[in-house]
Design a protein around this ligand. Structure first.
Ligand code: PLP
Length: 458
């Protein structure tokens, strides 16, 4: 039922991403009007705790005046300029330098894009360009994982391993091979230990490289902790093994830190938490707390040097976006990173993350809670039909969708991933706010439990 004219206008004219468009037409959107701290308010004044920080992204929460001031100052001084063909401006130069200082060792060069998907599309092109430059034009395939999310443009959408983003779009393109997701709770075999599960996944990786031919496999891409695929923290030894195999066959390691980056896991980058030394790192979202669109691709010197040589040979490095490295976005990012450092939000994310996980652990005995997972300020609670057998609800996803809808009535915005409920609150959240978030979660869970007991009516 559409209750106000803004909703009607939106439904009539605005195509929403990652949405069931017919369901949206029937129900209308919730119109979010303003935000402050961890809260957002709809156009009828209802308050919600934004337990997903928007799309895993508003690290500093809403209403951070210093970011508004940084944007305003830059808009007044130089609202736009590009960085094509030997132009530069201060905010993007300073930000590139800052990112290389914060990033894992050896990532010395930075390319800016507007979005995470564009960044991952750029990675595919950079890896191809690099391999062409060093005389290996056949080394072009990418390895990615089922459940991985890398965006929705044609190449990035091919790296993504979620059918929802591929069905109907003729994706993935054939340059990608998807491997199993590292989710022991769901994919571990009966009686299999976590170590044996990890070994099995690593064997799959090596077997795939050998079957494809190492001379054709260019790169492995993965999120240190998988986000949209269900907040999956890989088992111990997984990433170390992946790296070892990739190095053995000269396969580049690409860390997609679009969600993990800038403190989410309790370290500046997820690579530190998981012990990854990537050749390429992609970041976005919390780089500006999403106050402005921005993403970055960081790479090691040997890749850059080959690309630079090729650009001279070919006459130009023929890749770039009109609004990539936007001065307002990069100025906001610099201020955002300064605030993260000044307020020690990375350490705080670790501390508050432990507090959130202790609070979530209290739900472990609930008859429909199968697994609680995560690290730092990111978590998921997987709801199951049968705790003992881990059986999923039928149809899968109905509970997650209902939970997502119903949470709104309790003033909570979470995300349903299948039947898992994800949390990724702004990193400025306090202990008292975590308590309130979990109180609203419990109220929703109680209602959903009663609805399940009633046979999950439509
Ligand atoms: N990579 C990861 C890990 C993401 O989670 C996302 C978005 O959620 C992307 C890439 C794509 O970013 P964007 O939506 O900015 O294109």
């Amino acid at each position: 039922m559409l209750t106000n004219s803004l909703q009607s206008l939106d439904v009539a004219h605005h195509i929403h991403p990652i949405t069931n468009l017919r369901r949206l037409e029937r129900q209308g959107p919730i119109v979010i009007d303003r935000g402050q701290g961890i809260y957002v308010y709809d156009d009828e004044g209802r308050e919600y705790i934004e337990a997903m920080a928007g799309l895993w992204s508003v690290g500093l929460g809403f209403g951070e005046q210093r970011l508004v001031d940084a944007a305003t100052k830059q808009l007044e001084k130089l609202p736009y300029y590009h960085v094509f063909s030997q132009k530069a401006h201060a905010p993007s130069a300073l930000l590139a330098a800052k990112l290389t200082e914060l990033a894992p060792a050896g990532l010395e060069h930075v390319f800016f894009t507007n979005s995470g998907a564009e960044a991952n599309d750029s990675v595919v092109k950079f890896v191809w360009y690099y391999n062409n430059a060093i005389g290996r034009p056949e080394k072009k395939k990418f390895l990615a994982r089922d459940g991985g999310y890398h965006g929705i443009t044609v190449a990035a959408g091919s790296l993504t391993g979620l059918q929802t983003n591929q069905k109907g779009f003729d994706l993935p393109l054939p340059f990608v091979r998807h491997l199993s997701r590292p989710h022991f709770y769901r994919a571990g075999l009966p009686g299999e230990t976590e170590e044996a599960f990890t070994e099995r996944l690593l064997k799959e990786l090596e077997d795939t490289i050998l079957a494809e031919g190492p001379e054709t496999v260019a790169a492995f891409i993965g999120e240190p902790v998988m986000g949209a695929g269900g907040v999956l923290v890989p088992p111990k030894g997984y990433w170390a093994g992946v790296q070892e195999i990739c190095r053995k066959y000269d396969v580049l390691v690409v860390a997609d830190e679009v969600i993990n980056g800038f403190g989410r896991l309790g370290t500046m980058f997820g690579c530190e938490t998981l012990g990854i030394e990537p050749d390429i790192l992609v970041c976005s979202k919390q780089i500006t707390s999403s106050y402005q669109p921005l993403a970055a691709v960081l790479m090691k010197d040997f890749i850059y040097q080959a690309m630079a040589d090729a650009s001279e040979k070919l006459g130009v490095f023929g890749h770039g976006y009109t609004t990539g490295a936007h001065p307002v976005s990069t100025a906001v990012a610099l201020e955002n990173l300064a605030i993260i450092e000044e307020r020690d939000l990375v350490a705080r994310s670790k501390e508050l993350g432990a507090y959130m996980h202790a609070g979530l652990a209290k739900f472990a005995d609930h008859p429909h809670v199968g697994e609680i997972r995560g690290i730092g300020l990111i978590a998921a609670v997987e709801l199951v039909a049968d705790k003992a057998t881990k059986a999923k609800f039928e149809p899968f996803g109905k509970v997650g969708l209902r939970f997502f809808d119903h949470a709104h009535e309790h003033g909570l915005i979470v995300r349903g991933i299948g039947d898992s409920i994800a949390f990724c609150p702004p990193m400025i959240i306090t202990e008292a706010e975590i308590d309130e978030m979990l109180r609203r979660f419990k109220a929703t869970l109680d209602d959903i439990t009663a609805w399940i007991a009633a046979g999950m009516p439509d």
